[in-house]
Design a protein around this ligand. Sequence first.
Ligand code: COA
Length: 415
Amino acid sequence: MSKALDGIRILDFTHVQSGPTCTQLLAWFGADVIKVEKAGEGDATRGQLRDIPNVDSLYFTMLNHNKRSITLDTKKPMGKEVLEELIKQCDVMVENFAPGALDRMGFSWERIQEINPRIILASVKGFGPGPYEDCKVYENVAQCSGGAASTTGFEDGPPVVTGAQIGDSGTGLNLALGIVTALFQRETTGRGQKVMAAMQDAVLNLCRVKLRDQQRLDRTGELREYPQYPEMEFGEAVPRAGNASGGGQPGWILKCKGWQKDPNAYIYFITQAPVWPAICKIIGEEHWITDPQYATAEARLPHLKTIFARIEEWTKTKTKLEAMDILNEFDIPCGPILSMKEIAEDESLRATGTIVEVDHPQRGRSLSVGNPIKLSDSPTEVTRSPLLGEHTLEVLTQMGISQERIKQLQEARVI
Ligand code: COA
């Protein structure tokens, strides 16, 4: 079966996580992704957090599926010539170097357009234009500057970063959407364009409910669904909300049977208004259905701690999966806290290709996340990440570079 992005060639000048997630997604949709890496070194993540000596790390292999790898020293004049040829022959160039690195290499946007006016140049940077535009940024810097850390954690503790890589993989997703949108527009304009996704912007975009709450706090002085209400004073900024739901249906994480020994024996429980009578029946507090202190969602807000403590008495008598089964029978929204071990072993996630097992000549079989976006006419087949420079000769030959020239590039240690 054909793939959605068949025929699109991507010059993948990305490294670490944010850029590689973007190009991996495009590769999963069928684009030919050519990863350009520093000769001799490659993407730094190949060697980071290794679990097997001298073998590409899982960090690298899980971010670079379905790509081809070429090595090229783009700071040497002969390397720059090859890069120019690649720019001529590719539809998209993706990069996430530190600000200014591409310009220092001699490839400004103006120069790139001169070489190929149809090319799309897509960049991830930590910050957009402004006071921090020249800063290098990693995941947690973006989480801290995008509003996630100040609003995550418990009210009596410090800011907390989340395990979800919203700054890196989140920005990669935004960039991928920007690229396909620019490809779509090129159909009518015939021109490429510059696509930019800043990590701070991506995190803030995912934290929109907190910007909503800042304005509600400014106007009313309180956030009644937050755990601070009604006992504690609110300050000027949105506080950390613990496990409170970000939406209009209050929720909290509750202990389940076995919580004393199992750190993940918990369930997320949502007291959705339409199923309030069912919740009261299950926990044996039927009088709460009509009691004016509990009967309406508004009336319940000052009593959320009492309510969740009572529900927890019930959840503590069930395992998280038993509780899930019972609650789902009554359409009560809830979610067991699944450990990474449980997720790794989940057969249904493997059946859908959300988790895949991939073979690798050096490391053998390992798990990876597959494409989270499923297209009915463009199924994803996850293939292993390339070894460093595995496709250099293949790609250069395909580009029409003569064998003699390739030999010269090898002798000059450019590839
Ligand atoms: N041949 C020769 N040189 C190459 C090369 C190649 N194939 N590929 C990269 N380089 C050079 C770059 O030109 C740059 O040189 P310069 O500093 O002399 O201009 C150098 O390698 C290092 O690039 P840089 O991006 O600064 O890497 P770093 O390891 O110091 O910083 C980041 C890493 C992630 C902090 C930085 O790239 C960054 O802030 N990126 C933007 C935000 C981002 O994506 N962050 C998330 C990462 S998950």
